[in-house]
Design a protein around this ligand. Structure first.
Ligand SMILES: [Mn+2]
Length: 341
């Protein structure tokens, strides 16, 4: 039996989910199956090419729903799992009439798809999850950004975080498919030492260090808000926890950066803040008023690359708005009534 697994590409949880699916399928469904791995990315327009669903069985993990009857297995945990209402309706109908029972699984309350898939495999198919506990733990931490401190999010001490750095940065389409079979068979520290993986790390750690240095130079911290502008430098995909690592007392961070296709205003809040939810500003609302979007705690606005001035103006306005809001609040942890400064 040939099994094709389609997964969220350049994502630690996507790679872990694929490895876990393989181990589960081999142990609980078909011991003689062979597996091939195909990464998928979010983009405008069609996400799938139906002609690729060529396996005797085809699985999608940690990625959007496909109503194709050629899909045998589906596991996902994203809130936005269904691209269209028709897809959602197909899923509901298939679950109601039993066609998709024990084959298509969805639960957006799970932190990682790896954790969800392992839970289903163990409780519904008798999969032994004990040997993969380390992998599931790290998929939860990385996908849910559940780091205990800004230090642990930025120091990159753990093998899982180093592998994430490699997975997110790779431009080699064969790398993750070669890494996947190892993830459930070796400790993550051993995967990192593989000869085809180990040499990729030092240049990425160096770039990460440069990111810390650059943001340290540029960050202006005042009244609970960090602001930095790195539009004159090519630094794509900097670690988003760096600003809070440098200024742990900050509540918000606004970062202006530029790539070939956009100037981006990133508007975030400190995941380790001592502020109560009631004291926080809804960042999605702010970003939406400039044509951007996001969640309550983190959002972004994209401008065309030739409209950096507009982006800078928007960023400055947001920074002032958030600083004024912070000045109006009590110092966190010092009780109500105390002036911020
Ligand atoms: Mn995921």
């Amino acid at each position: 039996m040939k099994v094709r697994v389609f997964y969220h590409d350049k994502c630690f949880d996507g790679a872990c989910s694929t490895a876990l699916f393989t181990r589960f399928h081999r142990e609980c469904v078909e011991p003689k199956a062979t597996y091939s791995y195909h990464g998928l990315v979010h983009r405008a327009g069609a996400l799938f090419n139906e002609a690729d669903f060529l396996g005797d069985e085809n699985a999608i993990v940690d990625f959007k729903y496909s109503a194709s009857p050629k899909i045998t297995w589906w596991f996902d945990h994203h809130l936005s799992a269904f691209l269209t209402p028709e897809d959602h309706e197909d899923y509901r109908r298939g679950m109601a009439d039993g066609r998709y029972a024990m084959r298509r699984f969805y639960d957006p309350t799970y932190t990682s798809c790896a954790g969800f898939l392992t839970h289903i495999a163990a409780t519904r198919f008798g999969f032994n999850a004990a040997p993969v506990a380390e992998l599931v733990k790290w998929a939860d931490i990385v996908d849910g950004a559940l780091y205990e401190s800004p230090q642990s999010a930025v120091e990159m001490a753990e093998p899982a975080m180093k592998l994430t750095l490699i997975i997110e940065a790779t431009a080699d389409p064969t790398l993750i498919p070669r890494m996947i079979p190892l993830l459930t068979e070796e400790p993550l520290a051993a995967v990192l030492k593989e000869p085809f993986i180990a040499p990729l790390l030092p240049p990425l750690l160096e770039r990460h260090e440069e990111g810390i240095k650059l943001i340290r130079e540029r960050a202006e911290y005042r009244d609970g808000v960090i602001y930095f502008d790195i539009t004159d430098r090519q630094l794509e995909g900097y670690n988003k926890f760096i600003p809070y690592f440098l200024h742990p007392e900050a509540t918000y961070n606004i970062g202006l950066s530029k790539s070939s296709f956009r100037t981006k205003v990133a508007v975030g809040s400190n995941p380790w803040t001592k502020r109560t939810p009631e004291e926080m500003v809804n960042l999605a609302t702010i970003c939406e008023s400039y044509g951007g979007g996001g969640h309550a705690r983190v959002g972004a606005i994209s401008f065309p690359p030739d409209r950096s001035d507009e982006a800078r103006k928007a960023a400055a306005t947001i920074v002032e708005e958030l600083r004024a809001h912070e000045r109006g609040l009590a110092v966190p942890g010092k009780g109500a009534g105390g002036a911020f400064r």
